[in-house]
Design a binder for this molecule. Structure first.
Ligand SMILES: [Zn+2]
Length: 149
């Protein structure tokens, strides 16, 4: 049987004849790496998936208050790494902002000062046709802040 090299751990494993596009072996760490790579690519290419993940993460964070504060306390190295990466992203964004004339928007997503950040998604719903045949349509309901009403 033909063996192929895993693109995560570098080990060799037998190719499954049913999965021609297999690049990762079945070790748990490699399966996690494959899923992470898939998710990263999906987040970059699919805006609907990106919004769903954002909503889902927000919902989870609301259901688990204090988790991220405790996480940062438990993992100071990761917190420091994130601060450095965020600084780099802010610098890149501010360079872009100079050309886009969007320099006044907040650099970190957490800062809720711009008008667009104040419009919050209240939830997502599916409109399912009952009588006529058709596809279900996903609908997002937004809370509109008082100055806009
Ligand atoms: Zn592997």
């Amino acid at each position: 049987m033909e063996e192929i090299q895993c693109c995560h751990c570098g080990g060799f494993f037998p190719r499954c004849p049913r999965h021609k596009e297999q690049y990762y072996c079945m070790k748990p760490a490699c399966r996690r790496a494959r899923k992470a790579a898939w998710k990263k690519q999906k987040m970059r290419k699919d805006p609907e998936y990106q919004l769903n993940q954002k909503l889902s993460n927000r919902k989870w964070a609301e259901a688990n208050p204090g988790y991220w504060k405790a996480y940062r306390k438990r993992n100071p190295q990761k917190t420091e790494r994130n601060r450095i990466l965020q600084t780099i992203r802010n610098r890149r964004r501010s360079k872009k902002g100079e050309t886009d004339a969007k320099a006044e928007s907040p650099l970190i997503a957490k800062v809720d000062t711009s008008a667009s950040n104040r419009i919050k998604v209240a939830g997502q719903f599916w409109m399912v046709p009952v009588i006529a045949k058709g596809d279900a349509v996903r609908v997002y309901i937004y809370e509109i802040p008082t100055p806009y009403q």
